[in-house]
Ligand binder design. Structure first.
Ligand code: VG1
Ligand code: CO
Length: 545
């Protein structure tokens, strides 16, 4: 039976870089989740309603995932959806959800994830809508969702018992069919189409060794099935491979702070050939070779330069794209390949149009995200499969691949300094202070470097003509060195200031420097110029990647 529940608008439901993320305790407030889900449905409802349509629902398995799924199912049934596909135990990695939406030609999907944010009762929860291309809703839609949330008065639900999402097969909620599907099978099948599993199996058999850190998050089942079961990697290749609602008390963000266990293994005496980690929802990848951390921006460039090593990309790339703060390493590869290179704002939603239009094949972000046109999300396990396809073909170590890459293209030294949980007012005053100086900066010298360009990044989408303003403050010096300042759009308490620093080095004799040392001059300029220390009281970044 369908019931209508009266509600009121709840403030603060504006989606950020990747959906709505809040503390679990916020989502547990009466009506909070339902208000947002109702706002999604209102914003995306087609003329004829949802009759006959299929929705995909899945999450990263974090605390509150299962409760949230039941609410989404009851509300979807009230909207008239014919069918919902749910990953078993409510689990679908973000790239797997994208894959399932595309494969079954669904109307779209609701992904329950706060990705790299911490989980558990005191941690974060999140929700976002992906459209029929499998990709995150563009700003036009997230704006409409928010707008509806500001004047919602009621929402509909079907009264029904909880669905046992642990049991694969058909269930019903009201008149709607709920199909609980294996979380891994469809995704694994797609990976088998893109990569040569026989070659990779033979590579592991020949002695290639790897560690994949699933960080107690969603990629565990995918990594066990693909790397260990299908490709024959030794048991134990996948570490922290059992998803847990609070990520076993860890923070599922694959960076050098939170993936330190993997990092230490890769720098240790018994390091395997290759190390990788993924995040809460499985869309990120961190790559660490034996004794060599690969910056995500470099990883994107290496994947672009060597993509033809995998069958799916054997014909070459249509083009590439990177988010604005991502280093220009991939630009150099694109120039050498003679393909287009696009610079988009931070967040995967901005790649969707370029991918749909066939203008790009590969894309990525400095935040450990890489992907291709196979789905419309970044994809951690896919990136690992492409990396090992390259290693299998080229028979070189990660260190040698990187050295060769830098010798060919030059090296873009790159680092990101994050100042997390800064008081919002202090963070805004830093950004305002920088912004105020931008108009008069060109031609001035900062720490001995002459400013060539300074602006607040705006993006004109070349496919649909939409414009996105205020996407990050850039200071570019003569010679191409850059400092970029942005406020994070994924945090849930206070503000996070991200400072991205980059310098290009052509001379191969200078390619072996420690990154922080190589960038020390620019780091000092970035600190002085922004007055972060004075305005926030923070003398050091919280995380350096
Ligand atoms: C961060 C990253 C961005 C990424 C986003 C979602 O956003 O910088 O590159 O797309 O997280 O990643 P922000 O606004 O905090 O800088 V995930 O893996 O958390 O969905
Ligand atoms: Co993620």
């Amino acid at each position: 039976m369908k019931i209508t529940i009266q509600t009121q608008p709840i403030s603060g439901m504006k989606p950020g870089t990747s959906g709505l993320r809040k503390k679990v305790t916020v989502f547990q407030q009466p009506h909070y989740l339902a208000n947002f889900v109702a706002s999604i449905f209102a914003a995306v409802k087609p003329e004829g309603g949802f009759t006959g349509k299929t929705l995909v629902v899945g999450g990263d398995g974090r605390y509150f995932n299962l409760e949230a799924i039941q609410v989404v199912l009851r509300m979807a049934a009230a909207q008239g959806f014919a069918r919902v596909l749910v990953g078993q135990h409510g689990i679908l990695s973000t790239p797997a959800a994208s894959c399932v939406i595309r494969k079954y030609k669904a109307f779209g999907g609701i992904i329950l994830s706060a990705s790299h944010n911490s989980g558990g009762p005191e941690g974060d929860f999140g929700i976002k809508f992906n459209g029929d291309n499998g990709g995150p809703a563009p700003e036009k839609i997230t704006d409409a969702i928010y707008e509806y949330s500001t004047h919602i008065t009621a929402y509909d639900m079907v009264e029904a018992a909880d669905v046992d999402v642990g049991r694969i097969g058909m269930h019903t909620v009201g008149d709607m069919t709920v199909e609980v599907i294996d979380s891994v099978v469809d995704y694994q099948e797609l990976m088998q189409q893109l990569f040569d599993f026989d070659v990779l199996r033979a590579f592991f058999k020949s002695g290639f060794t790897m560690k994949f850190d699933a960080m107690h998050a969603v990629t565990g089942p995918y990594a066990h099935a693909i790397f260990e079961d299908a490709l024959g990697a030794a048991k134990g290749t996948v570490m922290n491979g059992t998803p847990s609602p609070d990520f076993n008390g860890h923070h599922p963000d694959p960076n050098l702070v939170h993936a330190k266990e993997l990092y230490d293994i890769m720098m240790g005496e018994h390091a395997p050939d290759f190390g990788a980690a993924s995040d809460g929802d499985g869309d990120r990848n961190l790559i660490i070779g034996r004794d060599m951390f690969v910056s995500p921006s470099d990883s994107l460039a290496v994947l672009a330069a060597n993509a033809t090593c995998a069958p799916a990309y054997a014909k070459g790339l249509a083009g590439v794209a990177r988010s604005m703060p991502t280093s220009g390493a991939v630009d150099r590869v694109a120039a050498a390949l003679g393909v287009e290179c696009f610079e988009t704002p931070t967040g995967w939603k901005f790649f969707g149009n370029l991918l749909d239009a066939g203008r790009i094949t590969l894309c990525g972000e400095e935040s450990a995200g890489t992907g291709s046109d196979h789905v419309r999300e970044k994809d951690g396990v896919w990136a690992v499969l492409l990396w090992i396809s390259i290693l299998a073909k080229r028979r070189m170590s990660v260190v040698d691949i990187m050295k060769e890459h830098w010798a060919t293209y030059g090296r873009n030294y790159y680092t990101r300094h994050d100042y997390e949980e800064v008081e919002t007012e202090a963070a805004n005053s830093v950004m305002n202070h920088i912004k105020a100086q931008l108009p008069t900066l060109v031609g001035q010298s900062l720490g001995g470097l002459k400013v060539a360009a300074a602006d607040d990044f705006s993006y004109l989408d070349p496919i649909d003509g939409s414009v996105s303003n205020n996407q990050g403050l850039r200071v570019v010096f003569e010679g191409g060195s850059r400092i970029v300042y942005r406020l994070s759009g994924t945090g849930t308490s206070g503000a996070t200031i991200r400072v991205y620093i980059e310098r290009y080095e052509a001379d191969p004799a200078l390619h072996d420097l420690d990154t922080q040392v190589a960038l020390s001059g620019l780091i000092a300029i970035a600190n002085d110029f922004s007055q972060i220390a004075q305005k926030t009281g923070r003398l050091q970044p919280t995380v350096i990647t």
